[in-house]
Structure formats: C-alpha cells, structure tokens
Design a protein around this ligand. Structure first.
Ligand SMILES: [Zn+2]
Length: 102
C-alpha cells in the first residue's frame, strides 16, 4: 500500500490513504479530484462482516478426545480471517458464550 495508482477519472496519481468504507477503516487510494479507491480484499471483508452481523449460526458441538469442540462456519472464519491454530478467548456469561478474536 505504498505506491500510488492511476485515477481512472482524471488520470492523475491517487495516493495511498486511510479511508472509511461502510463505517469501517480501510486502506486505499485517494485522488486530488475527490475520487477514492478501496483495497478490494479489505472491502470484500468489510462487506462480509456487515452481511453476517445480524445472522445467527447454529452449529453442533463435536468431540475431539476429551474436549468438546465447536466448528466455526467458513463465512465467519473468512470474515474474521481466522486461521487454524489461532488463539481466541472464550467468555461465559450465564448460558452465553462469546468468542473474542485478536
Ligand atoms: Zn482523479
């Protein structure tokens, strides 16, 4: 994200810039003419996050050796960029379990 990119609107060079897309911070390029371009991979992730925001996912509890496991649906894993082996934090509040990433 260090190089400029050619603005398709005016032909000048759009400079790397921190922008906002659907209320989220995103990297991209901004041109002096006012046109801005979002990093496509980041934009797609934000769209995915907004899409699944209100969704409830029903998953089944499985078992590996003596531990119970919960599978994270691919949509969620993609949106949050979760990887195999990554650590997350579980919190329990009554009957509710929340998972914190990062
Ligand atoms: Zn321009």
């Amino acid at each position: 994200m260090t190089e400029g990119m050619k603005c398709v609107k005016c032909g000048k060079t759009a400079k790397p810039s921190k922008l906002r897309f659907q209320g989220q911070p995103i990297e991209g390029w901004k041109c002096k003419c006012g046109e801005s371009y979002f990093d496509p991979a980041q934009a797609q992730r934000i769209l995915l996050l907004n899409m699944i925001k209100k969704e409830a996912f029903r998953v089944k509890i499985g078992k590996v050796r003596s531990n119970l496991i919960v599978r994270i649906p691919k949509k969620i894993a993609d949106a949050l960029e979760l990887k195999n082996g990554e650590e997350v934090t579980l919190k329990v509040d009554g009957q509710e379990i929340t998972i914190h990433t990062g």
